[in-house]
Design a protein. Structure first.
Length: 73
């Protein structure tokens, strides 16, 4: 593997992990929002944020890995 390919692989690996960490941070923010909410609207927003962040954690890294899969390029 050449240096350019190795650098590209590192950038892609970092991007996938940044997406995962961003999703975790979003889920934590949603949990905090839902737990501290006193009315229904912020609680619903917090739950929606948690669900969307969990979907992001599950779908986006897999989609990026599939898109960037090495092989017959």
């Amino acid at each position: 593997m050449s240096d350019a390919e190795e650098a590209r692989a590192r950038r892609r690996w970092l991007a996938i992990n940044v997406v995962r960490l961003g999703g975790i941070a979003g889920a934590m923010l949603g949990l905090i929002l839902a737990a501290r909410a006193t009315t229904l609207a912020p609680k619903v927003i917090g739950i929606a944020l948690v669900l969307s962040a969990m979907a992001m954690i599950a779908v986006v890294p897999a989609a990026l890995a599939h898109r960037w899969r090495s092989g017959a390029e």
